[in-house]
Design a protein around this ligand. Structure first.
Ligand SMILES: C[S@@+](CC[C@H](N)C(=O)[O-])C[C@H]1O[C@@H](n2cnc3c(N)ncnc32)[C@H](O)[C@@H]1O
Length: 280
């Protein structure tokens, strides 16, 4: 993936600085009306622009598809590209056939005729299985679980799958916990840099939701390890065998006792998810 071409292409997608202007194409706002979801119109325009620059022979990978808003946007006008979308149907009352049906319906109606390969399951298990994606990933969009560990692993577990040059877009990146995970990860892993930060001015900002950061990965050499370090593998095993089970219990309980969990989440998450209050 030519990541410089992507950054240049953005000058045609926005009339000015993407941070402070609406996309030239007004249809992204309509997309937010038509498909339920958590991404803002400027984010959708950036995702589509990234997919447009993706070369033949590389894949677009999304983690955290929910009802399909972000991947439907990315696929617009890109029906010839290869899309993978990972979703475990866990959060926001997604459990059950109805959620699946809604997502499949949206993919059919709003994905511009693109063939999106939906991979159902835990992304940290799926991404570690090298037989799941059939080509290097040139564009990777992470919008899955938002904890410090999951954001660290979102980069660590994806790295072996990435093309030698790849664009990595991370949602909710205005949250302190996401930036902290990126700092921890970048300190320990060569070849990565943050190239753009489109931050939310407020929570659920009308353009950028909770912010989108763009990172570029360039594999340092062809001999660079294409598997996880021992520490990262231990963290991945903890996430998939312990944390994932705790999450399942917590989301099921949150479905049953929404009032209690809303209050508890406010107390537990407020600092790590405060916009414009990055802790260092
Ligand atoms: C914020 S939503 C995604 C929003 C979507 N990208 C959009 O544009 O509206 C996060 C999604 O990630 C999914 N998710 C969370 N943890 C996951 C995991 N470990 N593996 C796969 N999907 C996960 C949740 O079920 C949820 O649907």
């Amino acid at each position: 993936m030519d990541t410089s071409a992507f950054l240049s292409h953005l000058t045609a997608v926005f009339p000015g600085d993407p941070q402070d202007t609406d996309p030239v194409d007004p249809s992204w706002t309509a997309m937010t009306d038509e498909v339920a979801g958590y991404t803002g119109p400027n984010e959708l325009a950036v995702l589509q622009a990234a997919a447009a620059v993706l070369p033949d022979g590389e894949a677009y990978l999304e983690v955290g598809t929910y009802k399909g808003r972000s991947v439907c946007a990315a696929a617009q006008g890109n029906a010839d590209k290869t899309f993978y979308a990972m979703e475990n149907f866990l959060e926001f009352g997604m459990t059950g056939q109805q959620a699946r049906d809604e997502l499949m319906g949206n993919l059919e109606r709003h994905a511009g005729g693109a063939n999106v390969h939906l991979l159902e399951g835990d992304c940290f298990t799926l991404m570690a299985d090298r037989s799941v994606i059939d080509r290097p990933v040139g564009v990777y969009f992470y919008d899955g679980e938002h904890t410090l560990l999951s954001h660290y692993l979102a980069l660590a577990v994806a790295e072996p799958l990435l093309a030698d040059e790849a664009l990595v877009l991370v949602d909710d990146a205005s949250w302190p916990l996401v930036q902290r995970a990126h700092r921890l990860f970048l300190k320990r892993h060569p070849g990565w840099q943050v190239v753009a930060t489109w931050d939310a001015r407020e929570a659920n900002d009308p353009r950028w939701a909770n912010g989108l950061h763009a990172l570029v990965f360039r594999r340092p050499s062809s001999r660079h390890a294409q598997r996880l370090s021992r520490t990262d593998e231990v963290l991945r095993i903890y996430q998939t065998r312990v944390q994932d089970r705790l999450n399942t219990v917590a989301w099921k309980a949150a479905d049953r006792f929404p009032g209690f969990f809303k209050g508890a989440a406010k107390v537990v998450l407020s600092r790590s998810r405060a916009i414009g209050d990055d802790e260092r």
